[in-house]
Write a protein that binds this ligand. Structure first.
Ligand code: PLP
Ligand SMILES: N[C@@H](CCOP(=O)(O)O)C(=O)O
Length: 466
């Protein structure tokens, strides 16, 4: 399988090349040159498989010759062995047609573990074979950071520098990152928003000499391997609810557009996904786009769902590339104007096509608290603020055909956001025993301005610390 850049200029790569490259050299994002597609009979044959086996079977077509199936199957087996639920990603019924797909049973209590536990193993394998080292630079609004740190800590061939927006994650999220004192891990609190952090990461990749010197690699969803590893759980849920013989809809609380892109990929692979519902907090650039083709940047505002405090949704570029008929030059032009003018000029036909499948929903903080309360009272279900936006969106925008189930991506454990949950229902969800002493652990991180030179110097000094 070869991968193309959404901006059409970078040389095609295989899966391992894409895994290690992260962002394409032309600033674009890699996508498979064609979508693996399964027949209805092939999909039926995957029903009932254990999660790790299903993951190996669905990810392998994306890896192609880079990785043998047996090696990948061993990795998925190991990746999910430590999860806290035997089903790995259980489906919990919330009402007659709405299901929560719980993606937070991994080591750091958020959906990021579903991909990151595999990504760490993919890096180990590729680096050992090549005898190489990498420096991972990442941006997080709260969850990618701890999942990446957990997956890559104490690795001799990996240095990891994670940028988070200072004071804009929950305290649990921050401590899950900054209390990991492994020598190969460094945390930078950037005096800005998540968008500033993500811009800095992309700017480091676009600084060719620095990228080469540091052997930069990515753990954000700009790395295609991250998205590929998020595909199986949507298939797992759809198959359990009767696909391919019954259509399903997904509702996904959305920020960087990586998670919902994985749901869209399952449709590209042949499963009947009827509708994709995008839940947003007040940072609702995607919902505004879907409502009125208004993809205009606004300053990021803090909310009770901090992991979605994002205005520049990186992965939208991958969808845009498809909507523009895989025309790299056209995609580069639209993205260039977005950068320069703060407004993305999506052609009307492309916007209309997107609105045929994607539906956007916005919920403010008061609504989020109300939804947590509603779920608790009506279903006895304790949701985190991000998941609550997904369930509210599902209720508001479910397909008219009531036989179609709606699966909500439950993206984080409520214990990661105890203040919001307590404000909603008066109960403070406890951390699991292995994290019970999180508030007593020593924290270590540096504070930096959102300045490329400053951040590159900090990354360099971390990578050269020995
Ligand atoms: C808990 C939680 N929910 C939702 C999201 C949004 O997901 P995405 O950025 O893939 O759209 C994130 C961030 O990734 C998150 O951490
Ligand atoms: N919400 C994310 C932001 C980064 O998204 P990613 O999917 O590109 O890694 C977070 O919690 O860090």
């Amino acid at each position: 399988m070869q991968y193309l850049s959404t901006r059409g200029e970078a040389a095609p790569r295989d899966f391992e090349g894409v895994l290690l490259a992260g962002l394409a050299e032309d600033g674009g994002l890699f996508l498979p040159e064609s979508w693996p597609s399964l027949s209805a009979a092939e999909w039926r044959g995957l029903r009932g498989l254990p999660y790790a086996e299903l993951a190996a079977r669905l990810i392998h077509p994306f890896a192609g010759e880079s990785l043998s199936f047996e090696t990948l199957r061993r990795m998925t087996g190991e990746a999910y062995a430590g999860f806290g639920h035997p089903a790995i990603a259980p489906l919990v019924q919330l009402d007659a047609r709405c299901f929560a797909l719980e993606l937070f049973h991994g080591p750091t209590l958020a959906f990021k573990d579903m991909a990151m536990q595999l990504l760490g193993r993919l890096f180990d394998h590729a680096l050992a074979q090549r005898g190489e080292r990498i420096t991972i630079v990442g941006a997080t609004s709260g969850d990618t950071g701890s999942a990446a740190i957990e997956a890559c800590r104490d690795r001799s061939a990996i240095d990891l520098v994670m940028l988070h927006p200072e004071g804009r994650t929950s305290e649990v999220q921050r401590r899950q990152m900054t209390t990991v004192l492994s020598p190969n891990v460094a945390n930078l609190a950037i005096q800005g928003s998540f968008d500033d952090c993500q811009d800095l990461v992309k700017a480091m990749f676009n600084d060719a000499p620095f990228r080469l010197e540091m052997r930069l690699a990515a753990v954000n969803s700009i790395n295609w391997a991250r998205v590929a590893a998020q595909i199986p759980y949507y298939a797992h849920a759809a198959l359990a609810l009767g696909a391919p013989d019954r259509p399903v809809a997904f509702s996904v609380p959305t920020g960087n557009f990586g998670n919902v892109l994985a749901a869209w990929a399952v449709r590209q692979m042949g499963l009947p996904v009827e509708r994709l519902i995008i839940g947003a907090n007040r940072n609702n650039i995607l919902a505004r786009f879907l409502a009125s083709n208004d993809m205009s940047m606004r300053p990021v505002e803090p909310s009770l769902s901090p992991s979605m405090d994002i205005q520049v949704s990186s992965n939208f570029e991958r969808l845009l590339f498809e909507l523009l008929g895989r025309d790299g030059a056209a995609t580069a032009a639209v993205m260039g104007r977005f950068r320069a003018e703060g407004r993305m000029p999506v052609p009307d036909a492309a916007w209309r096509e997107a609105t045929g499948l994607f539906h956007g929903f916005t919920l403010d903080d008061a609504g989020t608290l109300g939804e947590i309360r509603h779920l608790w009272q009506a279903a006895g279900y304790l949701a985190d603020p991000h998941t609550a936006i997904g369930t509210a969106a599902a209720r508001a925008l479910a397909p008219e055909d009531r036989s179609i189930p709606v699966v909500v991506a439950a993206t984080a454990h409520p214990a990661k956001f105890p203040d919001a949950v307590e404000a909603a229902i008066g109960l403070r969800p406890p951390l699991p025993p292995r994290l019970a002493d999180l508030y007593e652990r020593e924290e270590r991180y540096s504070i930096a301005t959102p300045d490329l030179g400053t951040v590159e110097a900090l990354v360099r000094s971390h990578a050269r610390r020995n």
